[in-house]
Design a protein around this ligand. Sequence first.
Ligand SMILES: [Zn+2]
Length: 382
Amino acid sequence: MQRQNHPIATEDNVASFQLTSFHFGTPVDGSAGDAATKAKKVYLQASLHADEVPAMLVAHALKRELEKLDAAGRVKGEIILVPAANPIGLSQVIHGAPFGRFDLASGVNFNRNYKHVAESLKTSLAGELGPDAHANAALVRAHARRAVAEWQPKSATQELKKRLLSMAIDADIMLDLHCDNEAVLHLYTGTPLAERVQPLADLLGAHAVLLATESGGEPFDEACSRVWWELAEHFGDATPIPLGCVGVTVELRGENDVRYDLADRDARAILQYLAREGVLALDGLDPLPAPLCAPTPLAGVESLEAPHSGVLVFLKTLGEQVAAGDAVADIVNPVSGRTTTLHAGRAGVLFASTAHRHLLRGMHVCKIAGSEAHRSGSLLSA
Ligand SMILES: [Zn+2]
């Protein structure tokens, strides 16, 4: 294992930050050699939204296991682990409450506005590609690395985003570990990747796998993965481009689900997935558990909101399948006595909810994963 420190925001007079990455196995040069048999590069990062703590404990468990596996020569490719991906957000505390989802300086979500390199690659790769998909993949990686290197950060937070993306942009597998406010385990990934992500969903016991070809807002996982299917479509079948990166946002339940048993189980599932992908040599593979859900479109998620202020009382439990018209929650105003029952508009799995129990009008209540797409435009919450 090798540790690398990356200073962020090193101007005089102002706060600076340190990002740390841990490197296991042997660096993979995706642009060289026999691309067909190239070893895989894996990039894992935790808690990009800094106060999403379960991910950091999973990263801690992963680091412990990867150190042992690396020492035993069992890491077959390259694995980069960033156990605390957002030192800027981790340093933000407002009146005693950690605040890690948005950059206080700009108001921008830490998981939005990553450089999407596909547009510049459509120009730089024109005339460069051939009939060999593996050779094309190597070219895509080289050009993508260059495009990220050319990103000129205009703030400390953009500097952090560039540093993270420059480690991940050429990865074969990129897992971005988050959590929701309160939730059962669920995943976000690209529609073209559904089949490749299924074993990971099964091993982790995901209750929802939410698919989109483009979610909107340029989140980190899509900065790594979407470039591949966009370029494949742009350049066409004569110059084939594979799905070179399995990029997944893993939501490790709710923000208070911080327990050793859960972290050990999640870390084991991720290691088992990496073993199945040929990146780790483990003594044995766990049998693949039966799926808890079928993938559904991100555009099929129904979000319920509070119609007026009041106390939120859930009538359904996270992970429960609800039918269209089912009563999901009450909003109880203790002064007027007004009580409004919120009903599911469509059938689906209740997979995430707010952690607050008194809401103002318009505030988010919960999300239900339905199987029919009914939304368009920007599909992620703020
Ligand atoms: Zn998050």
